[in-house]
Structures are given as C-alpha cells and as structure tokens.
Design a protein around this ligand. Structure first.
Ligand SMILES: [Fe+2]
Length: 388
C-alpha cells in the first residue's frame, strides 16, 4: 500500500518575543554579499525594516530595498517590479544571495514570486499550479508581522489582474529557508488585519484537519492551532499590545501553516481566493464568512471520530456527529462576530451575477484538490449563496 505523507517546512523557525535577535547567528555562516529586502512602506514607517537593516550592516551585508508591495493582494505586476532589481541575464541573477521579506503574507508571497522567477526565468504566470518550479528559488528569509503563515509554507497566492484570477502557486522550492515570528513585529498589525488574518488561521487549521491528505502530524498541529485561536484571537483583537496573546496567535498561525503546507486546504480557500481575485478585499474576511458553510458542506465526508475530537478541543459537548457539526459551525460564526468579521458576502460587495465565473475559477484552484467532498459547479454556487 503506497500512502506517502512527506513533511515540508522551513529549515529554521525563530519564534517568540525577541526571536529576531537570533537571526544574526543564523546568517553568520552564509558569507553573503548582497540581499534584497521585499517590503512595503508601512513596514518602513513602523521601523521594522530599519531593525533588519541594522542586522545586515553589522554583518557587512549590502542590501537594496524594494518597497513596492502596494496593497494586500499581491499581483503579477508587484513581482515584475521586484524583478527589475535583477539583471536581465539569468546567470547574473544570483548576485542577490538572499531575499528577505518583511511584513505579512502579501509581502512573503511577492518575495516567493521574485525568488522563483529570478532563479528560473520566465514569468510568475508560468508557474501557476503545483510543482511547476523546477530549480530552487533564491534563498528567502520571511520575517513575519501577521498570521498568514506564508512564512512557513510552499504556497504563493498571486493575482493575475488580466484574468481577475488569484493564482495558487505551490512548490517546495519556494518554501522560505528561515521564518521569523517575533510578536514584537506584530504589535503594529491593525485591528482589521488582526481579525481577518486571525480567523484565516482557523480556516487553515480546519481545512487541513478535514483534508484528504491529513496525517497524524498535521492533525495534531491543526487541533493545537484551533485551541490557541479560540483561546487568544479575541484577546489579541481587543488589545494588539497584549504580547502574550500575540505570541500564542503566532504559534497558532505557524502550527496551522505547517498543517496545511503538508495536508493541503479545501473549498473555503478555493472559493475565497476567487472572491479576492474579483473584489480585492482581505483574504481572511472571506475565509471567516465561508468557513462555516464549507464545513457544513464537507461534514458528510468527515469521520465521526474526527468531528467529535474537534468538538472536544473547542470545548463543545456533543453526543453525535450532527450535534457536533452544528455546534462547531455556530462557534465559528460566534468567533467571527466577536471580532467583527462582516456577517455575509453581500456586506463585502459581492454580486450574485459573478457567482458562475467565481465558481468556475474556484473549481480550478489547486487549494480545492484536497477538499474531502467533491463539489459540482452548482455546489460551489450554493455555498456562495448560503454565505451571502
Ligand atoms: Fe488563508
């Protein structure tokens, strides 16, 4: 019986208050001459980029700063703007021995795109799908300020504006080499981003837990993440300077990220990505709205023992699978309401007339490949309708 569950994650993961101080030790043996920082103007104004610049200067590593990540949905054009820092000739592009992204998932995804194309040539559009990136990308360190988990995954979600499609690009070759999750860098995360990227952690954990590729490793990470999200997300939303809550949410994000990096995601992400491709709002808001409806759709394919285990982690008492399913979906909705996630897609400007195109794009999204229950176009449209 062949049934492989290989496990991928960054080589080193620095986590906890003050963990940025351990980064120089990691860089010492690299003998780097030049790095490219990929970030946005907010990260510069918060002073986070300056902190990394100090580390590079102390190690005599030259660097350039690309701060052209202009909004929260990374696009093909952002990747191309970053690539303009590299020489045209592929063989000269290794002059940057390292790419360092500072920020949330948008910045890390953009950096993954730049690192992949700089080493492989062509355009980022050529690499849409699973495992299309054949050569290792330029080594990448992701210094994280949100709960996207991109800093620990092999996924990059890049919007192709010409098609209004969010491309899912997945390859072990774009997994960052080192991730840094220092909660000090997260205190400036705005309330709205805290809520959206926090509820997205729950989506990552739940989708990997019910995935067709789930394993005992991903299950334990996912369940651990669910517990931390229910214990700490509301606290970190209410007080962004609560470092203990920030730190625990970073653990939740990393755990859920490692779970979905290996077990995959599901329809909540396939459907949510495509809303982002059309309407450009925060990814996590779409996830917070869609998750309970996708969970209900998937429940016939979730084994009873897994449903009851999930309920127990969430502190829900249930004697049967249908009872557990209903109570879990209600708790998802309650948590989303507690942190002011919009209570329907209509409030986010979604138009019913777009459902057909959105659903067709969602069925092509690789995030849906590991969903436990196969859906038709009509099923996808019905989930969108229920979430309106
Ligand atoms: Fe997500």
């Amino acid at each position: 019986m062949e049934n492989t569950h290989n496990f991928f994650m960054p080589k080193t993961n620095l986590i906890g208050v003050g963990s940025i101080k351990d980064l120089p030790n990691e860089l010492l043996s690299w003998k780097l001459s030049k790095a490219l920082i990929v970030t946005d103007k907010n990260m510069i104004s918060f002073g986070w980029v300056e902190q990394v610049e100090k580390i590079l200067k102390n190690l005599f590593i030259f660097y350039d700063i690309f701060d052209g990540v202009l909004h929260s949905n990374p696009t093909v054009s952002f990747v191309e703007d970053g690539l303009a820092y590299f020489p045209q000739e592929l063989e000269l592009r290794r002059e940057y021995g390292l790419i360092i992204s500072i920020g949330g998932g948008t910045n890390h995804d953009c950096a993954k795109g730049i690192a992949a194309v700089a080493a492989n040539g062509g355009s980022i559009i050529d690499y849409e799908g699973y495992n299309k990136i054949t050569k290792p990308a330029i080594p990448h360190i992701a210094i994280n300020t949100s709960y996207s988990a991109s800093e620990v995954t092999m996924f990059a979600i890049i919007k192709d504006e010409s098609r209004k499609v969010k491309m899912s690009i997945a390859s072990p070759n774009i997994t960052p080499f080192i991730s840094v999750n220092d909660p000090m860098f997260a205190v400036t995360m705005p309330e709205r981003v805290t809520a959206a990227s926090g509820i997205d952690v729950l989506g990552h954990a739940i989708e990997s837990y019910v995935s067709t590729e789930a394993s005992p490793i991903s299950d334990s990470l996912a369940l651990g993440a669910v517990k931390l999200v229910f214990d700490y997300l509301k606290r970190t939303y209410e007080n962004g300077h609560d470092l203990e809550a920030r730190e625990q949410m970073m653990f939740a994000s990393v755990m859920a990220g490692m779970a979905f990096n290996n077990a995959g995601l599901g329809y909540s992400h396939a459907l949510g990505h495509q809303l982002g491709g059309f309407y450009n709002q925060l990814h996590g808001d779409y996830e917070g709205i869609l998750l309970p409806y996708v969970f209900e759709f998937n429940s016939p394919a979730v084994p009873e023992h897994k449903m009851l285990k999930l309920a127990a982690v969430m502190g829900v008492k249930a004697n049967s699978k249908p009872e557990a399913m209903e109570k879990i979906a209600d708790l998802f909705k309650k948590l989303a309401a507690d942190i002011d996630i919009p209570d329907g897609l209509k409030k986010m400007g979604v138009q019913e007339s777009d459902f057909d195109t959105l659903a067709q794009n969602a069925l092509k999204d690789i995030a849906g490949l590991t969903n436990p229950r196969k859906g038709t176009l009509e099923d996808m449209i019905n989930i969108y309708k229920a979430a309106m």
